[in-house]
Each structure stands twice: as C-alpha cells, then as structure tokens.
Design a protein around this ligand. Sequence first.
Ligand code: Q7Y
Ligand code: ZN
Length: 673
Amino acid sequence: MGTALIYDEEMTKYKLLWVDPVCKIEVPERLTVSYEALIKNGLADRCVSVPVREATDADILLVHSEEYLEAVKTTPYLTLEDLKEFTLQYGDVYFHPNIYHCAKLAAGAALQLVDCVMTGKVRNGMALVRPPGHHSMRSAANGFCVFNNVAIAAQYAKQKHGVKRVLIVDWDVHHGQGVQYCFEDDPSVLYFSWHRYEHQKFWPQLRESDYDSVGKDKGAGFNINVPWNKVGMKNSDYLSVFCHVLLPVAYEFCPDLVLVCAGFDSAIGDPEGEMCASPDIFAHLTHLLMNLAGGKMCAVLEGGYNLTSLPQSVCQTVQTLLGDPAPRPANLGGPCESALESLHCVRSAHRQYWSCLKHAADLPASDISTKRIKLAEKEIDNTADGEEEKIVEEKVWPEPQKRVTPPVRTAVVLPDGVACPDGCKRLSSSEVSDPGTVNRLRDNFPKAADDSDALATLSSLIALVEKVTVNEMCNGLAVVRDVSMAMSCIVQHAATAPNSRVLVVCVGVIADPYPCTDNGKTLLVQFNNKEPEEQKSKYNITVHLKKGCSYVSGFTQAVLSLLLPLGYEYDPSLVLLVRMPDSGVCDSVWQQLTGLLQGLAQGHTLVLMQEAEKACVGLTASSLLGDAAPSLGQLHAPLPEDVEALERLRHRLQADWKLLRTTAPETGRGDEH
Ligand code: Q7Y
Ligand code: ZN
C-alpha cells in the first residue's frame, strides 16, 4: 500500500502584492523548493500522485460561515486598493486575486488525501498546499490562512467516511487556534498542538493557547496545548512531549484517522519559530504516529519559512511515510528545564481526563501561568512584536544524511518446515557458515558444543547481524530452539565491534545464559511479572507488570513512556527484540512494539522467537516489512499497581536517563526570591 503525494503548481500562483514585513515570508517558493526536493531525492516518483480538486461550497461550509465564504468569493474581482482594504479586517494575512482559487485547492487537496486513505487506495500521504489553514476561523482569515484545510478534512472524514475518532497533531510552531475553536466541545476530535508561546508574548498572544485550555463540555480533555515558553527547543524536547503526553493519550484515544497539521516552522533555521530541532526529527515524529489508526495518516502542509530547512523536513516526512527507516536521532541530551515545566503543567492539567496520566505529578508549586500574569502586569507595551524588523542570527546545521534503504528489508533464519513469509529473504545456513565462527561458538557456548544444528543456527544469526550492521539488509527475524542462548550469543558478538550498542528488549522471563550488561554496550530492558530482586545497573532494567505483558494498557504505557525514551536516549546501533515463550503478549501489542522500535537504530531490528511460537512468524514479518500494526482498541485504565510501579521505576531511573523526566526539579523556586 502506497503513499499519496498531492501537489499542484497552481497553488504557487499568488503572492504578496504590497509591502508588509509580517507577510513577506509566505512566498510561492515554499512550495516549489519542497516539491523539487522530493523530486531530487527520488521520493516524488515513489509516491502515488493524486490530483487536487477544488473544495465545494458544501465542503467549506463544514467549518466556515456562509457570510465569510461569500466575502472571500468577492476577492478575485477586487482592485489592488480594495484587496488591501479587505485584508485589513483580518490579522497577519494577505489576499490576492488568485488566493480564493488556491484556498479551494488547498482544502480540496486535504479532502482528496482523506478520500484515498479512507478508501484504501493508499496507506497514507502528504499534501503540499498554500495557503495554510490552521489559523483560519469560522468567519475570519488569519495568519496566512484562508480556509481551515485540516479542520474541513476532519469534519469531512466524519461525515463522508463515518470516521468515529480523529486525532489532529499540529506540530507547526504556531497554535492552530482555528482548529481548537472548531473542535473545542467535540470529543470525537482530539486536537494536540505545541507552539511557541513565551508566556503569551508570542503571536497570536492568546490566553487560550495555554496548557489549561483542555476543551469544553463534552470535549473536555480533547484539546491538548503544549506551550513553549522559550525559543531554541530541541529534538529532546519534542520527543519528550511525544513520549510523555501525545503518544500515551493518542493510544488511549485510539483514532480511526490521524491528520497532521504539518508545519515545519518548528524546525531549525525558521525565522518565525526560532527553534533548534533538526529536520530529521520529523522522520521520528512521523514514524511514531504511523502505527495509530492502522497507519491511516494524512499530513497537510502548514507553515515553514526557511527555504533550506523546509524542504529537508518535508523530505524526511515523506520518506518516512513511504516506509524507509528513520535516521539515527542526534543529540538527545534530555529536555530543557522550560520544556519540563510545560510538560509537567500539561500532564497535570490532563490527568483527570486520561487514565495514562492519572499518576502525573500535581501542578508545580508555582505554576507557569503565574509567570504569564506577572509578565502581563509588568509589560505595558506588548504590541511592538512584529512591527519592526528583528534580526535573527542565521543558523547553520548539517544537511540530513541521505537515507539509503538496503536492497533487502527483512531476512529470516527459520527451521526447516517453517515457510519463508512473503517478501522476506531466507538465509540458508550453508551460505553463511564460517568455520572460525563455529569454533568460537563451540568454546563460548558449551551447551551447544555437540549440537551441530544449534551451532549452525547461531552462526546464521551472527551472519544476519553482520549483514544488518553493514546495512546490506534492514532487519531480521530468527526462530530458534533456545532463545536465551541466541540472545547471549548476539550480545556477545556485537560487543566485539567498536561502536556498537545493542538495545535488548525482552518480553518475558530470561532463562540461562543471562546476557552481559556491565560494559555499557548493551542496554537490557525486560518486561515480565517476576518481582525484580534488586536494582541491577543503569543498563539492566526490569519492568515489572502484575500480569506480565498480557495486560494491554499497562504494557502499552510501559512501552511508550519508558521503553521509547530509554531507547532514544541510548541510541542503539541494533535493537534485539526477544520474545520469550511465556511472554503472554497479544498479537496486536507485539506488532505495535515491533513497529515502534524500528524508529531506533535506523530500523536495524532483529527479532528472536522460540520454535513453539512459529504461529506469529507471519505477523512479525509483516511488521518488520513495514506494515502498520492493527489498532489496540480504546484502552482501559491500566492496573493501578502497574501504573504506580512504572512511575516508581521512571522516578528511580530519571537520574541516569534524562528523557524519562517529566517535571522540572526546581520549578518556580527561583522566581520567588
Ligand atoms: C502565521 C504562520 C502560520 C513575530 C511576528 C509574528 C505572525 C505572522 C503570522 C504567522 N516575529 N508574526 O506562520 S503557520
Ligand atoms: Zn506556523
């Protein structure tokens, strides 16, 4: 199943016709450079090209008022002077004789995307559009936006395709207040936005963009605002918010469709956002959302004004939608203090609505909204922003590395009698046996010394690891008789390479031999219902779940808010996912886990399972080949004892692992003195 790409040159055919320092960044080249980058990187060719259409009046009226639509309809016929005058009714936007046409195409592009994803013509897709949409309101243009493309698409998906729950993720650096207003009291649409806020000093300077606007009436809890109160937010800040707010809530919500307000003014170099996240972070944000809603995801361009980082970010997003493994995430040094304050406030504001946040800490003693009020009192004139030209220091960053996809995605090592799943390449032991390896194995694993079958399997595994290491293949699956031995063998082998780090994720109880974790070259995270005897080491972590991994919501939460941040911070070169025979994990959770972990280590994942479990070879292979995992259904509240145990563990580990933090250590204190 493919990826749709929607683009039409017509949407480059309007521009600012007068002098306006605020609007001058919204240029036609935003679209042309993005599309050209997709062509240059061979990505446009790999997508299904879908034509745009004009949104009809009925489509537009799903979100906008008749009066407003009629007003916009007059703009193609206005003189330059009248266009200027018309524009003055609204904030930070400009009109042009052709913008009405383009705005109909932009909304229509979002609807075409929804149609092809919902009918199964493609799995996911992206629409490159101008004008953007998320600021426009029922009866007002705003912030370069005329019609609210994504809000219209969400209403349309509900009405035309019977979609019950839509998740809108707005990773643009501005608050999509238009989207918030549209769905504030609607529990069928969960709107998530992070945005530059600076305690209400940043445009559009709205009180209701703060973390405490959680939605209204029936929609309470279904509006999530993460205010950034400082500029310069980095990859760690973005990933923390995904792991500790968005993903747990999104999995609990269980959308049927994911829409992304895909603005790239949140990337480094953008003159509006002034953030420092690298373009490749969008590969991860995309990947982390791709297993929701059975993979049904539509990204619609919003902002993005740096003509270098914008096309890079667009390419990262589209390449990930196409299923290519994400690059290793760089510089994950943990979130900054200001991001932690925001995280803390958001989690606490939402804990009454989402069971995954039930145990979030209380609001900080001096919460950050106090700062907003104090600042508002101090500052008399806060209207200067944007009026004069501000000089923003030019940022430089390395161009994202070319993402090369190996010729073979998934290789398998299977016992005779187990068929090779479609699309995988079977490694036969004859083509990989190397006598040196076999001798070494015989010395290291006395248990297998006289078992030529076992030795052959282990040496095939080592060959598989080698091929994955040199990127000859992306990932692998091995079905073995003794999983613990295979795991130890791989860990031992990998430790011999200079820069290798292996993340071992073990579902179930490990038997003998136990892998070595004392050199930092292996991080072992195991999930089971065995009470951990003692705190082992920074690199040997046991997550204790009362019913093991069979309880979907507890295990899912452990994966999202513990395993993922640990994995990202550790930044492994290889992920070894081990399924012990007694794991108890159900198929859909297993597929989610397999899918999510492929965001690490450039997708270099090796799955080990035991012979008796060959029934799940097919679905594991499908996840490794990049198919979206099935939905888990709306999650129930996890067992209280599981949540408590997870929180305790997270608390204990956050000294060593900064991405596990969700609260700022000294929030508020510094301000009082
Ligand atoms: C809208 C936008 C949509 C701060 C000036 C604030 C705001 C301009 C509207 C931006 N230096 N200007 O980018 S995604
Ligand atoms: Zn924006």
